[in-house]
Write a protein that binds this ligand. Structure first.
Ligand code: ATP
Length: 205
């Protein structure tokens, strides 16, 4: 394997300490060279569009990862029309990094319940290392019920790729809700991200 790259997709609406801490932990555990944060134009798994627009989410991610030399942000999903399918993004980065690169896609344990319905999930599992991370408030990842849909070999691959990330009980929904009623969120995200949110008046209603 020439190099290892971690791809971390999400809505990041807004990015918070939970995202950054689990990403740091995954980077250490996998011994990867870099991690790319990829804000989705629209998640196929969420009912609505993100509240903040693409450029604002890219800016907030950039502010949150300022001191992290191995982190970068990509706007590749924002440039595509339609829902942001992970398989398309994996193929985009595969073309960039080449066949011998190890490509790891991070997702939190909250995604396990929807995994069987993901767009071309079998091909996705075959073409990268889909790494499910621990997440506060969710069961330790268990894929046993997926064997019928995905097959034993793919389920084993998912099990081998589970990453024991620290449990950080933060989510963007709660941050948006708190900001809308003027509550304090300063312990949930980077001060520079909060400053940007206030300056732009994001999530205020
Ligand atoms: P929302 O509350 O708006 O649904 P979120 O906090 O879950 O947002 P997303 O941007 O949707 O954040 O998450 C992107 C990815 O990061 C997802 O795979 C999600 O499971 C994972 N993730 C987010 N927060 C955490 C956390 N605290 N611990 C582990 N994984 C997380």
């Amino acid at each position: 394997m020439n190099n290892k790259v971690i791809l971390f997709g999400g809505t990041f609406d807004p990015i918070h300490h939970g995202h950054v801490r689990v990403a740091q932990s995954a980077l250490e555990q996998l011994g990867a060279d870099e991690i790319v944060l990829i804000p989705a134009r629209r998640s196929p798994h969420k009912k609505s569009f993100p509240m903040a627009d693409g450029p604002a989410r890219v800016e907030m991610i950039s502010l949150a990862i300022v001191g992290e030399k191995t982190f970068r942000v990509s706007d590749c999903e924002l440039k595509r029309s339609g829902p942001s399918y992970t398989l398309d993004t994996i193929r985009y980065f595969r073309a960039e990094y080449g066949r011998s690169a190890g490509i790891f896609w991070l997702v939190g344990a909250d995604a396990v319940k929807d995994l069987a319905g993901w767009y071309r999930i079998g091909e996705l599992i075959d073409e990268c290392n889909l790494c499910v991370m621990f997440r506060a408030g969710f069961e330790r990842p268990d894929f046993s019920s997926l064997a019928g849909v995905l097959g034993r070999r793919r389920v084993e691959k998912l099990e081998q790729n589970v990453i024991r990330t620290p449990l950080i009980d933060i989510n963007s929904t709660e941050i948006r809700r708190k900001l809308a009623c003027g509550a304090d969120v300063s312990d949930m995200l980077e001060p520079k991200v909060l400053e940007y949110i206030k300056k732009k008046g994001l999530y205020s209603s």
